[in-house]
Design a protein. Structure first.
Length: 258
């Protein structure tokens, strides 16, 4: 396919186990919401849920079968390998990467990134090279070439767990573009990682009736009811930092073995 969307999803989470299947509103899980937001941009056949081979993630495979969504099973921690093999199996030339903990992902942002990617000028486009949108509205698009080169050349744990660090660190190899918001709102969290996040997102989806939910819907709600943001304002976004600690351990181990 010319362009496909891969949503990484697994049940394992140290801070909120099973978060991707948490119910956000009646009859709709977090993963349901991610898919339905993206169906405003993609045909269902162009969306793939990339999960793991772990026993605990068979429930995600069943979830996909019930909803007739493509599913791919691969490595647990080496998410880069999972993406590469998934993209290869589904013959994707360009890959949209979205994570399953972003139930409010704005299809409008994804559409703008796709338009930029379709110019053929870039290997990687996103809104996270410099964060200006709320955390949880993250989207990345990269060519299969960039993904394959990253898969071949990445060595650090952070590069393999978070999929795109190698691409982002090598702007001399990969042509990049970053979509920026009119205002810096990167201090706002609408991602699902902690119990407080779940409380906030449930509050948001109960207040906003439009579907899909757009970024401007969030802006209007938070302007009208700013107290909602206090629910998770003290949570630190530190997933990548924890991976960098793994990098240090990896480098020290390599030096000791050398």
């Amino acid at each position: 396919m010319e362009i496909g969307c891969i949503i990484q999803a697994r049940m394992g989470s140290t801070r909120l186990p099973g978060k991707v299947l948490e119910e956000l509103e009646e009859g709709k899980t977090c993963l349901d919401s991610v898919i339905q937001q993206l169906e405003d941009v993609f045909d269902k056949k162009n969306i793939v849920i990339a999960t793991t081979n772990l026993e605990e993630d068979k429930i995600i495979e069943q979830f996909c079968k019930e909803r007739e969504i493509n599913v791919f099973k691969g490595e647990t921690k080496n998410v880069l390998d999972r993406y590469y093999k998934c993209a290869k199996e589904f013959d994707m030339q360009n890959i949209v990467r979205v994570t399953s903990d972003c139930p409010l992902i704005d299809p409008g942002i994804v559409f703008e990134l796709i338009k930029k990617m379709n110019t053929g000028e870039f290997d990687y486009v996103s809104n996270v090279l410099k964060r200006t949108f709320p955390i949880g509205l993250d989207a990345e698009i990269f060519t299969f070439y960039a993904l394959e080169q990253s898969w071949k050349m990445s060595e650090l744990p952070s590069e393999r767990e978070h999929v795109t660090p190698f691409i982002k660190k090598n702007s001399n190899i990969f042509k990049q573009y970053n979509l920026e918001n009119n205002e810096n709102k990167s201090d706002i969290r609408v991602t699902l990682d902690m119990p407080e996040d779940l409380m906030l997102i449930r509050k948001v989806v109960s207040k906003i009736k439009n579907r899909p939910i757009r970024y401007n819907d969030l802006e209007k709600l938070f302007e009208k009811e700013p107290e909602i943001l206090s629910i998770n304002k003290n949570i630190k976004h530190d997933g990548y930092e924890r991976s960098l600690n793994d990098d240090r351990d990896f480098i020290l181990s390599d030096e000791n073995n050398g």
